[in-house]
Design a protein around this ligand. Structure first.
Ligand code: OAD
Length: 244
């Protein structure tokens, strides 16, 4: 049973801000990062695969890892959690969806106002100049057609800054919203985790949806235990009757 006060806050919301993490894509078959046994960072050291230094050391290894992740995501489809968020966007006056995921599944599910905070797996950038490029994907380490430097996956690595526009738009949304939903994230990685804290300081109603509570849960108004693919459709069903 979902808290009626949360459904009521969504009914009255002017601007809803949502932050998603790997947990929302778990039900599409994409592994999360930090869960025991199954998490990607349980099996691989991020310092070998997801830093600029790792890329400079062994770009072929890093490319193999990202090609594997691309193929995993290419074979996956959005789940009821992604689809419920796309429908929620149609029911409220404004919704900003900030995702830490690089899988593009929110856009494939039909969400429109999406900020890809950590970039996108399927974008390729020049390692030297940072611009988006098209590459010959056959090469073990593709190169930039303009400058000849290494091409890299268009994701944000550890030690790198969040793209300025994504950062500004996300923090503006967290500051402006009246309801903030934190879904499927361990809330351990900043600055993304700071969005919920900012929303709370600005007196938004803040709710977490996660099978287990995270370290930030006791600071939120609601911690709803459960999988995104079950809880979000239920939330939508509670809301849609009144907000059509
Ligand atoms: P984590 O792997 O840290 O956390 C995933 C969370 O999802 C956990 O709290 C799980 O309990 C929860 N979860 C699992 N299944 C779920 C489900 N079906 N529904 C809802 N929640 C579920 O992933 P993130 O918080 O996304 O960054 O990690 C943040 C960042 O750390 C990632 O963007 C990535 C990673 O290193 C970079 O690569 C820069």
């Amino acid at each position: 049973m979902l808290p009626e006060a949360l459904i009521q806050a969504l009914r009255e919301a002017r601007h809803v801000c949502v932050l998603t993490g790997a947990g929302i894509s778990a039900e599409s078959g994409i592994p999360t990062f930090r869960e025991a046994q199954t998490g990607l960072w349980e099996k691989h050291d991020p310092m070998d695969l997801a830093t600029p230094e790792a890329f400079l050391r062994d770009p072929a290894l890093v490319w193999r890892w990202y090609r594997w992740r691309r193929s995993l995501v290419a074979g996956a489809t959005p789940n009821p959690g992604h689809r419920a968020l796309a429908q929620l966007e149609e029911l409220v006056p404004q919704l900003t969806l900030v995702t830490q995921n690089v899988d593009g599944l929110h856009v494939r599910a039909g969400s429109r106002n999406v900020i890809e905070f950590h970039g996108n797996l399927f974008v390729t950038r020049c390692f030297v100049e940072g611009c988006v490029i098209e590459v010959d994907d056959e090469a073990e380490v593709p190169s930039c057609p303009a400058c000849g430097g290494h091409a890299r996956p268009g994701v944000v690595w550890f030690g790198e800054a969040i793209p300025e526009q994504a950062l500004e738009r996300s923090f503006a949304a967290a500051q402006d919203c009246d309801v903030f939903l934190s879904i499927g994230t361990s809330s351990l990685v900043y600055p993304a985790a700071g969005l919920a804290e900012l929303a709370k300081r600005q007196r938004a109603v803040v709710a977490e949806i996660n099978p287990g509570p995270t370290g930030l849960a006791d600071r939120f108004d609601f911690a709803i235990p459960g999988k995104a693919g079950a809880v979000l459709p239920e939330l939508l069903a509670g809301l849609s009757g009144d907000r059509r």
